[in-house]
Write a protein that binds this ligand. Structure first.
Ligand SMILES: Cc1cc2nc3c(=O)[nH]c(=O)nc-3n(C[C@H](O)[C@H](O)[C@H](O)COP(=O)(O)O)c2cc1C
Length: 193
């Protein structure tokens, strides 16, 4: 029985080992209040049987979208290996303890940036952002606490789809849907690629 999470973790590790740039980069698709799609790249910071975690500004467009419509899809693509993984499901906030632990591991300047950036809102000039970073650095010269507007989300997969390229575009595409009755907890279904 194939466990799609284990396959994902294996593929990600292979991408890392091969020196792929930003191997954890994934497209995050959300839905806005009007029902329109929105997509952008984010970085995967953790994946286990509970789901796929990324961090962001809660007051960003994606933060508001996920607050009102808590579902998302993720899409990874490792061109070097001709592989794609899609992850689809509801989204939940990570705990404060998880967000604190990850924030603490970030570079000092990234921590300052998290305070200074009003992500997704209009910015008059890059200079204004740099000034805001300098202001935060003065306020928190040593340890930088996690901003209240900065945390993470976990996409809990309803399904995970593994795609790998085949010859003459006869690709291999299998969607694994979570199913408590199925062997291993995932029901596989092969789809036309
Ligand atoms: C490779 C890559 C990784 C990124 N990782 C993140 C991330 O982990 N978190 C984040 O908030 N934005 C990240 N961004 C920036 C987002 O793509 C986006 O510009 C920003 O989050 C604002 O999106 P929004 O206005 O839809 O909320 C990344 C961009 C790129 C190109």
């Amino acid at each position: 029985m194939v466990d799609p999470l284990l396959v994902f973790q294996g593929w990600l590790q292979e991408a890392k080992d091969a020196g792929v740039r930003e191997p954890t980069a994934m497209a995050l698709a959300t839905v806005d209040a009007q029902g329109a799609p929105a997509v952008r790249m984010v970085l995967l910071k953790h994946a286990d049987e509970r789901g796929f975690v990324f961090y962001t500004n809660l007051e960003s467009d994606k933060g508001h979208q996920l607050a009102t419509h808590a579902r998302a899809e993720l899409c990874f693509h490792w061109a070097h290996f001709e592989r794609q993984v899609r992850v689809h499901g509801p989204v939940e906030p990570v705990t404060d303890a998880e967000a604190d632990a990850y924030f603490a591991s970030r570079a000092h300047k990234s921590k300052l940036g998290a305070w200074a950036s009003q992500q997704s809102r209009p910015l008059e000039s890059q200079g204004k952002l740099l000034k805001a970073v300098a202001g935060v650095a003065l306020k928190h010269p040593l340890s930088v606490p996690r901003p209240p507007h900065w945390s993470g989300f976990r996409v809990v997969p309803d399904w995970i789809e593994l795609w790998s390229a085949g010859e003459f575009r006869l690709h291999d595409r299998v969607r694994y849907t979570r199913d408590a009755e199925a062997e291993g907890g995932w029901a596989p279904r092969r789809l036309y690629p």
